[in-house]
Design a protein around this ligand. Structure first.
Ligand code: CLF
Ligand code: SF4
Length: 528
């Protein structure tokens, strides 16, 4: 069980927690249970009516804290924090911090001045970039000078950009004042355990107060610091997201308790991520054969946590210098030499005007979903389909629409659809089918396997060969909703599916598990 040393006054904690818990209570059904006209939860599509105005203001255009926002708004990371104060068994220091980043890629490390210049350059080119995060390549708070130097400058020079950081939590309690001083109102803490006996299997050592600790003692100290840091942030009204790496056989069931404990302490969101442990990354887990979870194992743990802290399911485990929408990476456009040659004009009015347009599009998407829910399901035609629930894969290039050719997809978004809602539950990375103008048929089996538990795949267009292959696998290729908003398209397709089942034209079959394992088809990238 968890043991926690708490130095925050109970009064502070209650006050700060009040606003956050109002929202948590509002959305307490978890991301998928409330359903209906926009009444789902914060990690997904909560709106201004679902939460206090000051919290809505913090999450509405943060792509990680709002599932709806991630279709429209971008984030960027700057890699200013190279050092770390702990060792995780899933990390190889040659690569980025895998608590917030995909392992296996190394970021170009920046000084705070270089980082600020890069942020201004990206902001002038990508007006929908609304959030700046520091997520490595080590731990942001093990490098406090570089991290806060960057944040201080940005708070002055780019006041409309939300500031965000990610940490393992060991140094967090000492830095809460600085975090608040620069108005950093989103903090991610990676918490993989609330029991040091579990923690000692994940963390071989920590470096704390000028001393190295190992084994159970290391995990106990880390746990206490994480809980204390979380409580302190809650007391100050900072929104917190908890990242947990799901490690099969080590903390899978335990994460349900982690979810409970972090909710108690005011965490806003819980992001359960799959372990990535390819041997070539050279991590302890990679080298000892510790496997990552399958997509189904990940979903099962997430589902078991429903009703606790709200879940984030749209994480892309992005790299420590990622730029763009989640799932897209434009970092190559903003290398230091390219920035040097750019004309940087940080035009606040232009950015605001653009973001207002994006907000309108997002509202339209939301309204389309609400309308589809009230119009698509004609109960008189759908007898016997009340309890049906299926998964649907969607090819999208963003903006919340079905707007990608099957052959161009490198990932599919997965929605769980029933007569109450179309809920985003994850994404599956796949190999590209279309290779320079022709279809690579050898890729088809792995693509089909990756979405083998889905009943349909929604695309803007699809060729004859993949169409036949999908049909043969029992997956319906659907292109008649090209360029529609995703939830509307998924709900309309599902209403049609239910009608066919109710009329006897089609027999409903449960789909088997997608036979995919972490990294099996993706060169070591996340599949969830
Ligand atoms: Fe970056 Fe993290 Fe802030 Fe987002 S990422 S520091 S909260 S701005 Fe987002 Fe990327 Fe997942 Fe992180 S998708 S890895 S959750
Ligand atoms: Fe690696 Fe991040 Fe863990 Fe540090 S906190 S050891 S950088 S994964």
């Amino acid at each position: 069980m968890s043991s926690t040393t708490t130095f925050v006054s109970i009064g502070d904690l209650r006050k700060g927690r009040q606003a956050i818990s109002e929202l948590i209570e509002t959305a307490s059904g978890g991301c998928s249970t409330t359903g209906g006209a926009g009444k789902s939860s914060c990690g997904s599509s909560a709106g201004p009516d679902d939460m206090p105005a000051e919290i809505w203001d913090k999450v509405k255009n943060h792509p990680c804290y709002s599932e709806e926002a991630h279709h429209h708004f971008a984030r960027m990371h700057v890699a200013v924090a190279p050092a770390c104060n702990i060792q995780c068994n899933y990390c190889n220091r040659k690569y980025d911090c895998s608590n917030e980043s995909r392992p296996g890629v190394v970021s170009q490390k920046l000084t705070p001045d270089q980082a600020v210049k890069k942020v201004l350059a990206v902001a002038s080119e990508i007006p929908q970039m609304t959030v700046l995060g520091i997520a490595g390549p080590g731990d942001s708070l093990a490098n406090p000078k570089k991290t806060f130097d960057t944040m201080r400058q940005l708070a002055e020079k780019a006041p409309d950009i939300k500031l965000c950081l990610s940490t393992n939590g060991l140094a967090l309690p000492d830095q809460v004042d600085e975090i608040c001083k620069y108005n950093i109102d989103h903090v991610t803490i990676t918490i993989n355990m609330v029991d040091p006996a579990v923690g000692e299997k994940i963390y071989p050592w920590i470096f704390y107060n000028h001393k190295r600790y190992t084994g159970y003692e290391a995990a106990r100290i880390l746990h206490e610091r994480q809980m204390l840091g979380l409580e302190m942030l809650t007391a100050r009204g900072v929104l917190t997201k908890i990242n947990s790496v799901l490690i099969p056989g080590i903390n899978d069931e335990h994460l349900i308790e982690v979810n409970r404990e972090v909710k108690k302490r005011g965490a806003f969101l819980h992001n359960i991520m799959p372990l990535i442990s390819e041997p070539e990354h050279g991590t302890v887990f990679g080298l000892t054969g510790q496997r990552g979870p399958t997509a189904q194992e990940l979903k099962a743990v997430q589902d078991a946590c429903m009703g606790g802290a709200n879940l984030m399911r749209h994480c892309r485990q992005c790299r420590a210098d990622a730029v763009g929408l989640l799932g897209e990476d434009r970092s190559e456009e903003f290398t230091l030499d390219k920035i040097e040659a750019m004309e940087i004009i940080y035009d606040l009015d232009k950015r605001r005007a653009y973001q207002e347009k994006v907000e309108e599009e997002r509202q339209a998407q939301h309204q389309a979903k609400v309308n589809a829910l009230s119009n698509a399901f004609d109960a008189s035609l759908l007898a016997g389909t009340e309890e049906l629930k299926v998964l649907v894969a969607v090819a999208t290039e963003g903006h919340g629409r079905v707007n990608q050719h099957f052959g161009h997809a490198t990932e599919f978004q997965i929605f769980e659809v029933d007569r109450r809602q179309a809920l985003f539950v994850g994404h599956r990375r796949v190999d590209l089918y279309c290779q320079g103008g022709y279809g690579e048929d050898e890729q088809l089996p792995s693509i089909v396997s990756a979405i083998n538990d889905c009943h349909a795949v929604l695309v803007s267009k699809i060729g004859a060969c993949p169409r036949d292959e999908l049909k043969a696998a029992g997956i319906e290729p659907v292109d008649q909703y090209a360029h529609e908003f995703i939830e509307k398209a998924a709900l309309q397709w599902f209403a049609d599916y239910c009608e066919r089942v109710a009329s006897g034209a089609l027999q409903h079959h449960e789909r088997g598990d997608a036979r995919i394992r972490q990294g099996a088809f993706t060169g070591g990238q996340a599949v969830a």
